[in-house]
Design a protein around this ligand. Structure first.
Ligand SMILES: C[S@@+](CC[C@H](N)C(=O)[O-])C[C@H]1O[C@@H](n2cnc3c(N)ncnc32)[C@H](O)[C@@H]1O
Length: 443
């Protein structure tokens, strides 16, 4: 949006601390997601507004993530409350963002703003934007009617699968078809706010030692894995004790299972084939003194690996290259390879609520074909007796179990013990994303 100077948002006279400014910023971000952009990138455009400050950024981010988590319901409500589809698209996303705030996180009395403040500020937001000014009466009428008829409308919304679950209907049907027993819990976890989980750097501290540091700093937390600590209240990274010194990294508890599965030994030559932003690279280097080669096909994302490893004071050879090809390889085989292949990310929906609206039903199949090529190529780079770990953050078997099974058959690979499909869970002591692991040994 920074380049689109015609956008009224960049000329708005609204004060950044007003809810009107924040609703308008959110509406712009959500409109960009509707056009196919990812939410983080849509937010980055909105955040380039010259009046943006940390508090406003945080508030817009919260409302935008809430809106994506509630989009199915909000679209249902808009349909019920308007005679024709709102136009321009920004009007729909302003209504959706305002309705998300009026509904709240748990559809209960946990609203962050007084309902009538939200309505007034949504009207202000409409009045401030040239393309919406004529619709300010409609914004007012729709939101006030929602407040009057809230109970009955929310009850009615339970009859629509998309409104009830806040996923596209194909996604709900697919989850239900594949997992007839636990589809509801999988969908439910995707709608919860994700925890902030840390990975303790065992080169610098211990879980017990770091828990004590957190307690002393007034941040209650719980150990939820061999290296994993979940903070009771999420914090910005710059406020996490010892973060800049590399004592801990931010990483989901299931993602922390990858490095230990490879049983790395000092001196091993290891490839992290789809490495950016380097979360698992960092963990592997914390586990043993290995010669790590970190590859990723997105040169822009390589910087993130470098930043992460620099903070941890660890080193890898970082390379740009396509893991399904060999043109970047020096011909020396690897003892271990981690293939954290590109996937639909259907297991990390709670962290990326926009993904469900951006994906198409055919994506899993297309990504599985790309990943199969990557896996077959990487297998040739492995020493005899070496191990390859397939990781995905998907719950679709096409990308996970079926992929692993087909790969083992094609390459005559032995399968070793690994967790397989982990379902997303937000239990008190078991709180992690939905990841998949399969481990293979070259005969
Ligand atoms: C799931 S992410 C990896 C996350 C990373 N392992 C971590 O733990 O931080 C998948 C990565 O694969 C990269 N990628 C996609 N296709 C690739 C290819 N053909 N070769 C190498 N990397 C690829 C993407 O750019 C993305 O960074």
């Amino acid at each position: 949006m920074a380049k689109d100077k015609s956008s009224d948002f960049f000329k708005t006279t609204l004060a950044p601390e007003s809810l009107a400014f924040r609703l308008l910023g959110t509406a712009h971000a959500v409109a960009r997601v509707e056009e196919g952009q990812s939410l983080p990138s849509a937010l980055a455009s909105v955040f380039s507004h010259p009046k943006m400050d940390a508090a406003t950024r945080g508030a817009i981010q919260d409302i935008a993530y809430l809106t994506e988590r509630k989009l199915g319901l909000c679209e249902f409500l808009i349909e019920q409350l308007t005679r024709q589809p709102p136009s321009p698209p920004l009007l729909k996303t302003l209504l959706a963002s305002s309705l998300a705030l009026l509904v709240g996180e748990n559809d209960e009395a946990d609203l962050k703003y007084e309902p009538y403040t939200t309505v007034d500020q949504a009207v202000e937001a409409a009045a401030s934007e040239g393309t919406l000014v004529r619709a300010k009466g409609l914004v007012n009428a729709v939101l006030r009617r929602f407040l009057r008829e809230k109970e009955i409308l929310l009850e009615k919304s339970n009859l629509s699968l998309t409104a009830k679950w806040n996923y596209p209907s194909w996604w709900i049907k697919e989850t239900r078809r594949i997992y007839p027993k636990n589809w509801e819990s999988i969908l439910h976890v995707g709608n919860t706010a994700p925890p902030l989980t840390l990975r303790v750097n065992k080169r610098k501290t211990t879980v017990e030692g770091y828990l004590a540091d957190l307690e002393a700093a007034g941040h209650p937390a719980t150990a939820i894995g061999p290296y994993a600590i979940r903070l009771d209240n999420p914090l910005p990274v710059y406020r996490i004790p010892g973060f800049s010194e590399g004592l801990v990294s931010v990483q989901d508890a299931a993602a922390q299972l990858a490095a230990p599965l490879l049983e790395l030994q000092d001196g091993m030559r290891v490839l992290d084939a789809c490495a950016a932003p380097g979360g698992k690279s960092g963990h592997m280097l914390e586990m043993a003194d290995i010669d790590l080669h970190a590859l990723d096909s997105e040169p822009e994302r390589l910087k993130k690996i470098d930043e992460n490893l620099t903070r941890l004071q660890l080193h890898a050879t970082i390379m740009a290259g396509d893991a399904s090809k060999k043109n970047w390889w020096d011909g020396n085989a690897f003892d271990c390879i981690l293939a954290d292949v590109p996937c639909t990310a259907s297991g990390i929906i709670r962290r990326h609520p926009d993904i469900r609206w951006l994906r198409r039903p055919e994506d899993a199949k297309e990504l599985a074909v790309i990943s199969a090529r990557i896996l077959d190529n990487l297998w040739e780079l492995l020493k005899p007796g070496g191990k390859l770990l397939l990781a995905t953050c998907s719950v679709w078997p096409l990308e996970s179990e079926w992929q692993a099974d087909a790969f083992a058959k094609r390459n005559n690979a032995a399968r070793l013990d690994a967790p397989g499909q982990l379902f997303p869970t937000s239990d008190k002591l078991k709180d992690h994303d939905g990841l998949f692991y399969a481990l293979f040994k070259k005969q």
